[in-house]
Design a protein around this ligand. Structure first.
Ligand SMILES: [Zn+2]
Length: 463
């Protein structure tokens, strides 16, 4: 395997190559070359719901063995989905990440390895050919062993006068932004990578830590140009949708990603029921993986700005029979199920039962990527195709924006304030082109130096 950009060699001029999340939101993977060290910032897949996407795996565009360190900002697939494959392909150096994130990564990797092994075995039976899992339990365990847990604010050396510090990104539990500092021509230089930056003004995670003054900034741009709904607006919209379903005697289905969104939605539904904004109803969560992540959330009250009670009066379903009982029982109830964009996951079984029931409501609480079933469900149409057939879409579909772990446009502008006049270069990643452009336009008026929106595979020299 060769490195198309550098021939696998390090150069003296610090630079970053963007191998994913370039003018799109998934596949975060950026190679920072500085002081003779090759540091990979995140190792994400382009998938939305699995550890790897369904297409045949592409080889890494660099030699995994040539890396000196990996920094992992958090355990969403689009930031960590290819990590175990990187290890399988020969990487055996340290993976620096926040200590709490190691616990989440353990849950994710063990679960994903089992899924990969099961799918490979089914494929072998079906085709009679040798099919290998993309990574197996042994790879997952090796990956976990390579993790070097860090605290926020703890600086560690990567050798050659290079230092790494993680700070709280406020995006999901254990999420971090990373600052790499080095000496160049007798001067201190630093680059900060935001990873996914959390939103402010919502009582769940503490707001992100202040961005440190850095010469270079790699900044996500998921919600450039967009403003999230306030918590009051989210509560009002959710209350309206649920009261309607209760009046009709229908179910409320909420598709949610297993890590982060599920726990956040449970917390806010509980809060709004206590406050009388949402009518009291039974809440069932059909997401075994979400349940495991919730246990980690429960062990870390320090990761939240409010007390969490996500195990009080919540029915965390463990098996499919119980899930179907909840789905087919009479009366209104709330079912939160895995599969945030309706692309697979437990939500599809519930949707099959209720998609043609006008008493029911599908409540969308996540970003729906173009082309996903979730996006099609939001469109004005009275039929929808999934599970091999076309269904009448007679249930109500409502969307509540704001259940987001991401900064919105105003959050970004506030976040970069301390960098004004200090930063010489900003590289925008993790955003569709139009959203990144809106943020670039706003940043260009803020004395932040040069603003780039790198393309896939592009190398930017740090001037
Ligand atoms: Zn994320």
């Amino acid at each position: 395997m060769t490195d198309s950009n550098t021939g696998g060699k390090s150069t003296n001029q610090p630079r970053v190559t963007f191998f994913g999340a370039a003018r799109m939101v998934t596949g975060s993977m950026h190679l920072l070359e500085v002081g003779g060290r090759r540091i990979l910032l995140d190792c994400g897949s382009i998938a939305t719901g699995r550890m790897e996407d369904a297409k045949p795996p592409e080889p890494f565009p660099f030699d995994p063995v040539s890396l000196d360190a990996v920094v992992l900002t958090h355990s969403h697939h689009d930031h960590c989905g290819r990590l175990a494959t990187l290890v399988r392909d020969g990487y055996d150096g340290p993976i620096y990440t926040h200590a709490t994130n190691v616990e989440l990564l353990e849950v994710l990797l063990r679960d994903s390895a089992r899924v990969q092994e099961r799918e490979a075995s089914m494929s072998r039976h079906r085709t009679g050919k040798h099919v290998e899992a993309r990574f197996d339990t042994a790879d997952a365990e090796l990956t976990i062993d390579l993790c070097e847990p860090l605290d926020y604010g703890e600086a560690i050396t990567l050798g050659n006068d290079i230092e790494l510090t993680l700070r709280d990104a406020g995006h999901i539990l254990g999420s971090a932004m990373a600052t790499v500092g080095w000496r160049q021509n007798g001067r201190d230089r630093s680059l900060t990578y935001t990873g996914d930056l959390g939103r402010s003004g919502i009582d769940f995670h503490p707001p992100p830590a202040a961005l440190p003054a850095s010469d270079y900034l790699i900044c996500e741009s998921t919600y450039g140009g967009e403003i999230h709904d306030s918590v009051e607006m989210m509560a009002q919209k959710t209350g309206l949708a649920i009261r309607r379903a209760v009046r009709e005697g229908g179910k409320i289905l909420i598709p949610a990603f297993s890590l982060g969104r599920t726990q956040m939605v449970v917390h806010f539904l509980q809060t709004w029921m206590r406050e009388g904004i949402v009518p009291p109803l039974d809440i069932h969560v059909d997401s075994p993986l979400g349940h495991k992540f919730a246990k980690v959330y429960d062990r870390h009250p320090e990761g939240f700005s409010v007390p969490l009670r996500i195990f009080d009066d919540i029915d965390w379903l463990e098996n499919r029979d119980d899930a179907m009982d909840a789905s087919l029982s009479t009366g209104s109830r709330i079912i939160i199920a895995s599969g945030g964009m309706l692309e697979g996951g437990r939500i599809l079984q519930h949707l099959k039962h209720h998609v043609d029931d006008p008493r029911c409501t599908l409540l969308m609480v996540s970003f729906q990527a173009p082309g996903t079933l979730g996006e099609k469900a939001l469109q004005e149409n009275d039929s929808i195709h999934f599970g091999g057939k076309r269904w009448n879409k007679w249930l109500a579909v409502e969307q509540v924006r704001g259940f987001s772990g991401h900064a919105d446009h105003n959050d970004f502008l506030r976040a970069v304030q301390p960098l004004e006049g200090k930063t010489s270069q900003v590289m925008l990643v993790h955003g569709d082109a139009d959203r990144a452009e809106k943020l670039a336009k706003a940043f260009s008026t803020r004395n932040l130096g040069r603003i780039d929106m790198p393309e896939l595979g592009q190398t930017i020299e740090l001037a």
